[in-house]
Design a protein around this ligand. Sequence first.
Ligand SMILES: [Zn+2]
Length: 385
Amino acid sequence: MKPNHNALNTPAKKLCAITAVTAAALTLTAAAPQSVTTAFTVQESPTWSQIEALKGQPEIKAQQVDALKAAADKLSVKAEEARAVANAATAALVDAVYELPDPGALDEASRSASAAEKLDTIAGTPAVNIGGPSTGMLTSTVATADTNHGTTAGETAEAVTPEERVKLAAETQQTAEQEYATAQVEAAQVLAQIRFLAVDGQDPSYFQRSVDDAAHRVASEAATRLVEQKTRKQAEEAARLAAIEAARWQNPGKGRISDVFGPREIICSDEGCSSPFHRGTDVATGCDAPILAARRGTVVYADYDGTHGNFVLIDHGDGLQTGYAHIAPGGFLVYPGQQVSTGQQVAISGTTGASDGCHLHFEVYQNGNLIDPQPFMAAMGSSIG
Ligand SMILES: [Zn+2]
């Protein structure tokens, strides 16, 4: 049996070969620009192999460069828009977190923050996978982002609850960051293709490296922004909680109100007589009951004080002070100069001074003047007794 290299001499194969040669000759003969254009479609997102095929077609190459430049411009605009949306969403996110009604709602903010962490992956993925000739992966990423991109910063501001605002702002930001990263990497790919078309005899991988560099840069920038955003959110949240804590007032002692602020009979004991005007609110705590700081502050007095008996005075700043009278002998739990927190026990109730039974005599000073504690505490969102 003869080897197959003679197979081409069979009539059928010979005919095929002739047909192919003729077809090639016809294509070359009819190489008008229009017919070549149909052979190589000018694209905004060509593959590397398509780009490489254009290198021997100067006229089409020029058209492709123009198309790529237009694509690069569009991607640049898209990236700028996405960045602006992401920045606005970041600001909205911080605002929304700041307006969360209570610390319990912070769980939602934490979940949003962890969603934002996915940006690391999104930005990092192109850096790993960009080496291939196709932009299909990037295109699908953009398609996903477009589908999800129903939320704008404006809509976020109109959301009903703070929790929803946090969620929407986080989602908007994530989507915009994703679009930004994708546009940046796609732009890098397009620019690399333009440069590749401009030179002869270069390995495409040389140009793909600049795409990889862009992807790494985008990932690194995303990670940096994420850290900055987290830090900012944490600082905002700490400030918010500190403000809540600073503003918080609480009931200084438990029991029924046994006497209110205002004129009343004089009470005398071995230690003196009380004023004809009752300058505080009495709470029937009973003996040895806890007396709590109504608000955080600094203890400015903790000692015997005439008709007050054993007396603690706390300065809260803002021109406000609170006093706690008739404390039990040895019932001081704080000392002058000590910082106390809201609700911290400062003393034990008793009946020292001008008192006829164990109770807390609670006073509020505003700019040095005694005021009625009950309406004041009510205004501060706290009860007495
Ligand atoms: Zn009193």
